[in-house]
Design a binder for this molecule. Structure first.
Ligand SMILES: CC(C)(COP(=O)(O)OP(=O)(O)OC[C@H]1O[C@@H](n2cnc3c(N)ncnc32)[C@H](O)[C@@H]1OP(=O)(O)O)[C@@H](O)C(=O)NCCC(=O)NCCS
Length: 333
């Protein structure tokens, strides 16, 4: 699916993020499985990740992220009429974590639901929220991307354990005078689904339903390096922009080698690339909003700047968005 924005300008007007306190270093992982800091750094670029406490669930990470995003947008929970939570680790299958969040935020007039598209979830949720706001179905949307993958990892499997971490980010979307989202490119290849999956977690019976993440790392790596390039090229072409126009590139933070490959192939100067996978690992749906928050913190998200985000993950899915960054003084009241 590819689409460029219609005449209505919709942008991100608030941004927040939250990660658990506990830091798990590569040295800590050396105590758990047969691995080494050297292997993890060389193959992934990950130095440490955050891991949720035993009693910490997705909504515990999503709530502070959402509150920060609302505060930055200068609005209350009651001003929001749509909440989408992109995740594969909701507090429970139902009620939706988005509904729990709506209650905690006092968003009594909001439609609220969860969305499952693996690590690409945040990109899918952005596109849905954009569409609802642009069409006039919602005035202000809260989009949360977050996961607590540590709860569904196999803590004896070194090939997956070292890659992932926990975290969440949130953004507010609303109408602005100009700028904002220029377009989206989203896709899914279900034929590759078994390369990154959670068998035994739903209604289909499996022989060995242990409910833990399984991954074919090499296949996912090949897929990732392919779609990170194609999706970026397609969205740029559809929006009539070029790589040179991009001011900030926010790729999914899965592995620094995947990011380096994409950056080299696309020809994006390193100073325009946001990387925090070294500190957080792969936080799935939390990855892109966490990276956006990092870019905001170091002053790279300047009004008028062109930001390209590309995610990929289980499904197998992928998605890109192109946005001309705006600041809140230009918001329509
Ligand atoms: C997982 C990944 C880092 C593995 O890197 P790689 O260079 O492909 O490594 P390989 O799979 O070829 O494995 C090389 C060896 O390291 C071993 N190995 C795997 N995990 C290890 C670990 N944590 N520590 C030490 N050795 C490890 C393997 O067993 C293998 O040993 P062998 O050659 O004796 O069989 C890489 O494939 C990757 O990043 N894939 C994408 C994963 C991803 O991003 N998933 C999420 C998408 S949203």
């Amino acid at each position: 699916m590819i689409a460029t924005a219609n005449s209505r300008s919709v942008s991100i007007t608030g941004l927040g993020c939250h990660v658990p306190e506990r830091v798990l270093s590569n040295a800590d992982l050396e105590q758990l499985v047969d691995t080494s800091d050297e292997w993890i750094m060389t193959r992934t670029g990950i130095r440490e990740r955050r891991i949720a406490a035993d009693d910490e669930a997705l909504s515990d990470l999503a709530l502070p992220a959402a509150r920060e995003a609302l505060a930055q947008a200068g609005i209350e929970g009651s001003d929001v009429d749509l909440i989408i939570v992109a995740t594969v680790t909701p507090d429970m299958m139902f009620p939706a974590t988005a509904a729990l969040l709506a209650d905690q935020l006092g968003s009594t007039d909001a439609a609220a639901y969860d969305l499952s598209a693996g690590c690409t979830g945040f990109m899918y949720a952005l596109a849905q929220a954009y569409g609802m706001v642009a069409a006039g179905l919602a005035r202000r949307a809260l989009v949360v991307g977050g996961d607590v993958l540590s709860k569904i990892l196999d803590w004896t499997d070194r090939s997956t354990l070292v890659l992932f971490g926990d975290g969440a980010g949130a953004v507010v979307l609303e109408g602005v005078e100009s700028g904002g989202f220029l377009g989206f490119e989203l896709g899914a290849d279900g034929a590759g689904g078994e390369h990154l999956w959670l068998p035994g977690s739903g209604s289909r019976a499996f022989d060995n339903p242990d409910g833990l993440v399984k991954m074919n790392g090499r296949e996912v790596f090949k897929f990732a390096t392919r779609v990170m390039i194609h999706s970026a090229e397609k969205i740029l072409e559809a929006c009539g922009r070029t790589i040179e126009d991009i001011d900030v590139y926010v790729p999914h933070q899965a592995n620094v080698r995947i990011i380096d490959y994409a950056v080299n192939k696309l020809g994006i100067p390193p100073e325009k690339v946001v990387i925090d996978v070294d500190r957080y690992g792969n936080t799935s749906s939390g990855s892109i909003p966490l990276a956006l928050a990092d870019a905001a913190a170091d002053g790279r998200l300047a009004p008028g700047g062109l930001v390209l985000m590309t995610g990929m993950g289980a499904g197998l899915t992928w998605g890109s968005a192109l946005i001309e960054w705006t600041d809140d003084v230009r918001r329509q009241r």
